[in-house]
Design a protein around this ligand. Structure first.
Ligand code: PMV
Length: 328
């Protein structure tokens, strides 16, 4: 038996512009998916995920995700999550040269599902690490990150970036540029996440930005400005200047809103965080709904978000520097 965990992520800066080769900085957060894998005597794969239970690949879902009771997790999301586990196990079998290995897999996750926090990447990374170790093989982090990316690439029909899986494997703040990902220096970042209980349609939002960019020169300039802002953000990370990081997050949110990817609830949560004294706040991920991230060392932002009608769930999730962890 082997148990591994891996963190989710937020975008400190640069989502959407990253699609056009601009730099972006996703950061791993202290919210984890934990996966326990036990080898079976037969070739079957049986996956249990909290109160989302399934046998073989028939999804049986009844109730909501543990820890996020208000959230309406649809069967589609659960089914998608299981597709990721299935492909992650295929990668582990391939890495260990054990094509017929059967497993019992137990997934626990404190990362809201389908909310732009990298829940699927965390499950994939932890599953690959635990399943290969259950087969007596220890992969290095580069190989785990690469195989996890292959999983997302397959499940998402070629529409995957390396950001989520690299960030979840390595932990910390990551600089993404094109296909290159590297860890960069960062101070302790006091992230607070607000979640509106919904999700945007990533594909539609990305194509919305694309057509805006093709139609209006201002939109192309906005994408470039996000890239410039990210360069300054990297300097602020190096200088450990949280005040400047917050200011740049606020700019980044404004530019994303100009590109049409914010929403009423995201804006409301951003303003609730700023009014509570956060150093800065912005949407994270594709937008349209889902999550915001704020920087605040005090409890004020989390409390304010919990009282905001736009917010279904708020939690502190500081920068995670560990990446994938071997728990057992
Ligand atoms: O919502 P997420 O965490 O999957 O992030 C989407 C990030 C985008 O830049 C909007 C799209 C992408 O593939 O990079």
């Amino acid at each position: 038996m082997a148990t591994s965990s891996a963190p989710g992520k937020v975008y400190l800066f640069g989502e959407h512009a990253v699609v056009y080769g601009e730099p972006a900085v996703p950061c791993a957060i202290e919210r984890r998916a934990t996966v326990t894998v036990e080898k079976r005597a037969d070739e079957r794969l049986r996956v249990r995920a909290q109160d989302l239970s399934l046998e073989g690949f028939t999804v049986e879902y009844d109730g909501s995700t543990a820890g996020t009771p208000e959230v309406d997790v649809t069967e589609d999301l659960v089914e998608a999550a299981m597709g990721y586990v299935d492909e992650a196990i295929a990668q582990a079998r391939d890495a260990a040269d054990a094509p017929n290995a059967g497993f019992d897999v137990h997934v626990e996750s404190s990362i809201p599902l389908g909310a732009g926090l990298g829940s699927s990447a965390a499950v994939v990374v932890a599953t690959i690490d635990a399943a290969t170790r259950a087969l007596g093989v220890e992969l290095d982090r580069e190989e785990i990150a690469d195989r996890a990316y292959q999983v997302e690439h397959t499940v998402q029909d070629g529409q995957a970036s390396r950001a989520d899986t690299f960030c979840s494997t390595m932990g910390g703040a990551v600089l993404v540029e094109g296909d290159n990902c590297e860890r960069i220096a960062a101070p302790d970042l006091p992230f607070v996440v607000g979640y509106d209980g919904g999700a945007g349609d990533t594909g539609a939002l990305v194509s919305g930005v694309r057509s805006l960019r093709e139609t209006y020169p201002f939109a192309a300039d906005t994408v470039e400005s996000i890239g410039d802002l990210v360069e300054q953000g990297i300097d602020a990370l190096e200088a450990e200047d949280t005040t400047e990081l917050g200011r740049l997050m606020n700019f980044n949110h404004g530019l994303l809103a100009a590109l049409g990817v914010s929403s009423r609830s995201l804006d409301a949560m951003v303003w609730a965080a700023r009014d509570a004294g956060a150093a800065g706040a912005k949407l994270t991920g594709a937008g349209g709904g889902g999550c915001i991230v704020a920087l605040d060392e005090t409890d004020a932002t989390e409390t304010a978000l919990k009282y905001s009608p736009a917010c279904a769930e708020a939690f502190r999730a500081e920068l995670d520097t560990e990446g994938v962890c071997r728990e057992q």
